[in-house]
Design a protein around this ligand. Sequence first.
Ligand SMILES: [Zn+2]
Length: 354
Amino acid sequence: MCRNHHLLLWGSLLLLLTASCAKRPDIHNGKLLIPDKTSKLELQGTHSTDLMYTGCGGMIIAHQNEAIITDPFYTGQGLMRVPLGVRINPKNTRRVFDSIRQKLIDPHQINAALIAHAHVDHLLDLPYLLNNDMLNRQLQVIGHRSVYCTIRSFMPAGTSFTDTLNTWVNVSPHIRVMALPSSHAPHTRNRLFLQGTTCPNGIKGFKTPLSSTSLFKWKEGGTVSFLIDLLDTTGKTQTRLYIQSSASQAPDGFPPAELLAERPVDVAFICVASFENVNNYPEKLLQYLNPAKVVLIHWEDFFRKDFMEHPKIIRATSTKKLIERLQQFYQFSSQKLLAERVYMPKPYTVFHLR
Ligand SMILES: [Zn+2]
C-alpha cells in the first residue's frame, strides 16, 4: 500500500476516533460494571472454571489445571503515536502474566491461543509470548490463516496452527474448542478498514516482537467466533462458553443449532466495539444463543496508553444505548436486575464460574 493511501486511511480513522471525543464519558455503567477484581458468576449445575478478562477480546480461561488464552493485546497505542507505528511495551505483557500467575494459573499450562482475526488489537502480544517461552511449548494457535502468516516466524518448534472450522479441536484433556466462521463489523456504518490477508509473507518489517509496524499492515484475514467446552473428569461438558470478540452480522458466527439443543451456552462473551454498525446486534445473537449469563467485552478505548489500568469506553460507541437495549431485550425493569445477567468487567477482573 502506498504512503499516500496510508495517510488517507489514517486521516479517516483519526476523524472517526476524534469525532465523539468531546462528549465521551468515563465509565458510567453503574451496576453492570464490575469495579472490583474478583467476581463469582453463579450458574446452574456444577462448574469449576476461573477466568481473567484482560481487555479487548482477551481472556485467560483456566479449567482443571489447563488453560487457553484469547486475543492477547496488552499495550494501549496512544492515538498520536499510531502514525509512527504500533508496538508492545513488554512491561505491560509481563504485568498481565504476573497477574495470571498470581490469581489464576501457571501460564505454561496455557495449551491453546484462540485468535478471532488478525487485526492488531487481537494479536499484537502473541509473538512476544511465543518468543519468550511464556506459554506451553506445545501451544496450538487457532484462527484464520492470516493469523498464521502474521506470526509464523515467531512460532517455536513444537507449537502448531489450526484453521479448521465447525469441528471440535481437543486442545487439552478437559478443554475442546470449535472455531465458527464469522464476520467483522464495519468500523463506520458502511466502511470496514484493514481487510485482506497477510499471507503468504506476513508483515513486512515485523522482524522481532518489539518491532514497530504500521497498524494498516495488520490485515484482518477472516474472522471467527468460538464455542468452548470445559469437560468434567468423565469427558462430559461441564461448562459451555461462547466468544464473539468482533460484532458480526447474524447469522455469522452462530454455532450449529443441534449443538445448542444438546447443551446450551452458560456464558456468552459479546463484543461492544462497533455494535451500532451491525443490524440488531447483539439481540439476534442473544436470542439464538440464549446464554445464562452475558459478559460484555472489547469495550475499552485501546488508543489510550493506559487502557487496562484506567479504561475509558471506546470512541463513537454508546454503551448507554447498548444497556438500554439489553434491558429492553431481557425485559428487566431496572439496570440493577439486568446486572444479575449481564456484566461488563474491567480488565484484570477474575470470574469464578460456579
Ligand atoms: Zn478487528
